[in-house]
Ligand binder design. Structure first.
Ligand code: IVH
Length: 681
């Protein structure tokens, strides 16, 4: 006879662990276990479910909960209205709140529960016999919107309540806040920006936008979190006596609560917590806009009752304003090391949340359009807990007649090269490449790096001194440095020997490969692999620099966008000149030997573990020469895994998926059969 309780307990435990790790991975952006450990637990759960299909739990992650996109949300009337809170802003107001409470509860001991005031959206969750049946927004407090499908996608929100020692109520309505943790928000915005989609001004807007998605698939892709802070209904009645106890009880049946919570013996202690929380605010994983003080005893709460739309037993203690009004004096476009142009608003200095803010980034031209900000406009500057100021809102009613619209400059403010912004892209770039001073240091670092021309002696210290002396205006100047031996000897601490070593290294770098040279130019989208493919495909540098988009696209690894970037690069006058000077300096390479046979064409290979007989780069070169691609992760599409010593999760995964695994020696034998040898580095 199977002990079903034990099986269910085991399933519940696995579900909880998986949910916790999913949350850490997707929402907090801080994985706590490796992929292979996660897979292992996942498969353990799946195996249990296959063995006991009748015991499969409703909220199992093995069966993806999805839903149809809605055309609109249904309205739902709250059984218990969702009230708001009164506010206090200083110690005096806080003590006045306490006096009002004390007057109504004479001669009683009063404890205060202090919670974070989470800056997200309040929602209500209904559970029937422990199963989540409905999630509703606060709306106007009386009526909200049914967002059940979306709340079901929130990873740390329990879809099913379970406890070994607590009897789950028949009906439970829990209230709490949906938020987007700061880390998830940063990542979402970075992803949105990379995809050329709109970014969100702050985590609260991002959370609100995500919860109101009609398509739960989109909501599911957003890193949202739920923190419980109260019980609105419970049948049969629970026997909890305090707020503090209620919160602990909620955690026991599966809810997460905010990361700080205090029980204070006096209102003075509450004031101390206010200072403490304000200090700790930047370290919290979520945004807060103050704290909430609640009379801890539920009986006392009942005695105190409500005042129109607010409870008498609770209040919000808000942090000082983190938004302030000021005007935009000017916009400067900064050119980053990769050529990206970032608009920076110069503001009439304003004091916001403890610091003076006079500059604020507007990120990109899309953000300028979204805000519709102009020079001369009055704007609200907002400072989040992370100190980074942002323009939150423009006040068109204060717009002066001479406000100036902001346009993307057509030329780079540093080097005058044309600014480019391809269709569908969010970021504008300077096309100056190697020529642009702002990009020069980075371009030089890249040019001399190990996988490019590998000039080891030309480290950052040299580069900075030489830039300073105007001896390195672009990478081609590297090969003219010998003319400046005297000046270089004059550089502090640069002795005869180190200068000579540098010249030798520069000389040695002139003999290179076509692939390295192409990679060294730092053409956007052309990494090491693409450079190798281009060298193999075009064979000569001339053929590459004359190629049109269509021809370039025939190269494996080169798509529409990269092809366009390559053409842009070779059309820019500055690049033409720099490349000419490099060739004149005597850079040479042998014609690449095009592999005649590509027996591994299109195959995906994975290298893992510590490799003894060859390096990862060498193996990659051999595989690529035979037409294979080298990938960083194992999937069902992987053809073969080459496993060195101490191979871990990738090897495990390959074995689980039944993918061919080779030792180093087997690999070398196979390579030799195909005529490939390890090329010394
Ligand atoms: S309790 C009757 N606790 O504050 C008391 N609210 O103005 C109801 N909020 O919209 C609220 N953190 O979204 C409570 N720890 C917390 C909270 C909190 C944030 C928000 C909530 C509500 C607003 C009330």
């Amino acid at each position: 006879m199977v002990d079903t309780t034990a099986v269910i307990a085991q399933m519940r435990q696995l579900i909880q662990i998986l949910a916790k790790h999913n949350h850490a991975y997707y929402v907090m952006d801080q994985p706590t276990i490796s992929d292979s450990e996660y897979d292992h637990l996942f498969h353990q759960l799946k195996a249990l479910e296959q063995q006991y299909p009748e015991l499969v739990q409703q909220d199992t992650p093995t069966q993806k909960v999805g839903g149809q996109a809605l055309s609109k949300f249904e309205s739902v009337t709250h059984a218990v209205p969702m009230l708001s809170l009164g506010n206090v802003f200083n110690q005096e107001d806080l003590f006045a709140f306490a006096r009002r409470v004390e007057e109504r509860l004479p001669n009683q001991e009063i404890l205060y529960d202090v919670e974070l005031k989470l800056d997200g959206l309040a929602i209500s969750l209904w559970y029937e016999h422990g199963v989540l049946v409905r999630g509703v927004t606060r709306g106007d407090g009386e009526t909200g919107e049914d967002i059940t499908q979306n709340v079901k996608t929130i990873r740390n929100l329990p879809k099913f309540l379970y406890s070994t020692d607590i009897k789950i109520p028949e009906l439970l309505e829990v209230r709490g806040e949906v938020l987007m943790p700061k880390s998830g928000f940063e990542k979402l915005n970075a992803d949105q920006q990379a995809r050329g989609e709109k970014t969100f001004a702050n985590p609260r807007n991002a959370a609100a936008g995500s919860l109101r998605q009609l398509d739960p698939e989109i909501a599911a892709s957003r890193p949202l979190a739920f923190y419980a802070y109260g019980i609105a209904q419970c049948e049969p009645q629970h026997n909890l006596v305090s707020m503090h106890e209620s919160l602990i009880w909620l955690t026991k049946i599966g809810f997460e609560i905010a990361e700080r919570q205090f029980l204070c013996q006096s209102i003075q202690e509450v004031q101390e917590k206010y200072q403490q929380i304000q200090q700790e605010r930047p370290d919290l994983s979520v945004e807060i806009d103050g704290m909430v003080i609640k009379v801890d005893s539920l009986k006392q709460q009942q005695q105190l009752g409500f005042l129109s739309r607010e409870p008498r037993w609770a209040t919000a203690y808000k942090f000082p304003a983190v938004a302030a009004l000021t005007t935009v004096d000017q916009i400067d476009w900064q050119v980053g090391r990769t050529g990206i142009l970032t608009p920076v608003a110069r503001l009439n200095p304003v004091f916001v949340g403890g610091v003076t803010v006079s500059n604020v980034t507007l990120h990109n031209i899309g953000e300028i359009h979204r805000l519709d900000v102009r020079v001369g406009d009055t704007v609200s500057v907002y400072r989040t807990g992370d100190v980074i100021p942002k323009v939150e809102k423009v006040w068109p009613e204060f717009r002066p007649n001479d406000a100036v619209e902001i346009v993307l400059p057509s030329q780079c403010p540093v080097c005058d090269s044309p600014v480019v912004m391809p269709e569908g892209e969010a970021l504008a770039r300077c096309s100056g490449g190697l020529y642009c001073a702002a990009q020069r240091i980075e371009a030089i670092r890249h040019f001399v790096s190990r996988k490019a021309l590998d000039i080891e002696g030309l480290g950052d210290r040299w580069v900075e001194s030489l830039l300073h002396l105007n001896l390195l205006n672009d990478v081609s100047d590297i090969y003219q440095l010998h003319q400046h031996r005297e000046t270089m000897l004059g550089i502090e601490k640069m002795g005869e020997k180190s200068v000579q070593n540098l010249f030798d290294a520069i000389d040695a770098s002139k003999k290179t490969t076509l692939a390295r040279f192409i990679y060294a130019l730092g053409i956007r989208g052309v990494g090491e692999t693409t450079a190798r493919m281009l060298a193999n495909t075009f064979q000569t540098f001339d053929a590459l620099r004359q190629a049109d988009i269509e021809t370039l696209k025939k190269t494996p690894d080169v798509g529409d966008i990269t092809a366009e970037w390559i053409v842009d690069f070779f059309q820019a006058q500055h690049n033409i000149e720099v490349v000419e000077r490099l060739l004149d300096a005597g850079l040479t390479w042998d014609a690449p030997t095009a592999p005649t046979r590509q027996p591994l064409n299109g195959e995906s290979w994975v290298l893992t573990g510590t490799l003894q007989q060859f390096t990862r780069d060498q193996a990659t070169q051999m595989l690529q020469a035979l037409g294979a691609r080298v990938s960083g992760s194992v999937s069902s599409k992987t053809k073969c895994v080459v496993a060195g010593e101490k191979a871990g999760s990738k090897l495990e995964k390959a074995e689980k998926l039944g993918i061919q695994v080779m030792s180093e020696s087997e690999f070398l034998t196979l390579m030799a059969e195909y005529g490939q040898q390890v090329i010394p580095e």
